[in-house]
Write a protein that binds this ligand. Structure first.
Ligand code: ZN
Length: 321
């Protein structure tokens, strides 16, 4: 499973602008990790420098811990460490959840509009990075705006899990370092060794949630357009190195878009049965054997939906003959 997820990390969305948005937030979160570990190290260093001034605590260049109390780090020092951790994790998390999801829904909305206008985006798109996206101007209803807010809360919770994990990792390294009388340089090294691991956690949420947001923005925007036909057909595009589930359930598959879930997840139109998709459809809680088509299909999924017309299918079919 881990190997499968690793493979997905290399996947690129068919839409360059989505890759650009993902990169932006991954870079941002990695910078937070760097500042976090750097900040913690600085607090620890100043503590050690203070300790170094006390001759009794340093022997042959090594910091000696108090064996009597077994508590080399005082409560006041823990507080400073907590402050350093909170400084980089607390505020960033809330901002990320709000802005990243706003950006994603907005990007999905813009992609849909450009796609509809027959301008498939090939070049990077920078217009998604706005402070107050005009969702109302694109016919979003109050219900749709609530959907964005719910998604922001969900992302906030996923990011909270990451920050909690990062915090506990850092605290464990410091506690174990002092318990085992590790050299400060070793403790610093142990902290920096966590960088990649913490970044991997960020990347998973950034990749999955930007995909979820852009997909839902695109689908909602599609649903809020003037209806041209009775049914809205969409077609899946996967990247060439997508997993077998995506290739089977999404790639080149024609599905029907509805505003709300249908009971069976399927619909029959003119004798042909189609899978149905709707905004917020997900495989959450489903095993891969029971996956149904939705984007993201799984964490790290980079597939995308695009509008499809059955007449186009017939046309292409005729050309193929
Ligand atoms: Zn996929």
């Amino acid at each position: 499973m881990e190997l499968l997820l690793k493979a997905h990390k290399a996947e690129e969305s068919p839409y360059k602008a989505i890759n650009q948005l993902t990169d932006k937030w991954e870079k941002y979160s990695h910078e937070v990790t760097r500042l976090l570990i750097g900040g913690v190290n600085n607090v620890l260093k100043s503590r050690l420098r203070k300790a170094a001034e006390d001759a009794a605590l340093v022997f042959k260049g090594r910091v000696q811990y108090n064996p009597r109390t077994g508590k080399p780090i005082k409560i006041s020092e823990w507080k400073r460490l907590e402050e350093a951790i909170n400084k980089y994790l607390g505020i960033e998390k809330n901002m990320m959840a709000k802005k990243m999801i706003n950006d994603s829904f907005w990007l999905g909305t813009l992609i849909n509009r450009l796609d509809t206008e027959g301008q498939r985006i090939q070049r990077p798109l920078s217009r998604f990075d706005v402070d107050n996206p005009d969702f109302i101007g694109y016919n979003y209803t109050d219900y749709d705006l609530d959907r964005i807010e719910i998604e922001q809360r969900a992302t906030g919770i996923y990011l909270q899990n990451i920050t909690d994990r990062a915090r506990s990792k850092i605290q464990t390294i410091i506690i174990e370092g002092t318990k085992q009388r590790k050299r400060p340089s070793k403790v610093f090294q142990d902290l920096w060794d966590q960088e990649e691991d913490i970044n991997r956690d960020w990347d998973r949420v950034v990749k999955t949630e930007t995909s979820y947001g852009t997909t839902n923005g695109l689908l909602i925007s599609q649903l809020r357009q003037e209806p041209e036909e009775e049914h809205i057909f969409m077609k899946g595009i996967s990247s060439p190195n997508a997993c077998r589930h995506c290739l089977r359930l999404i790639n080149e598959q024609v599905v029907v878009l509805k505003d709300t879930p249908t009971e069976t997840g399927r619909i029959t139109i003119e004798g042909v049965e189609y899978e149905v998709i709707w905004p917020e459809k997900s495989n959450y809680g489903r095993k891969s054997a029971n996956y149904w088509p939705c984007i993201p299909l799984h964490p790290y999924c980079r597939c995308a939906w695009t509008r499809w017309y059955l007449e186009l299918e017939e046309l292409l079919g005729r050309e193929a003959k």
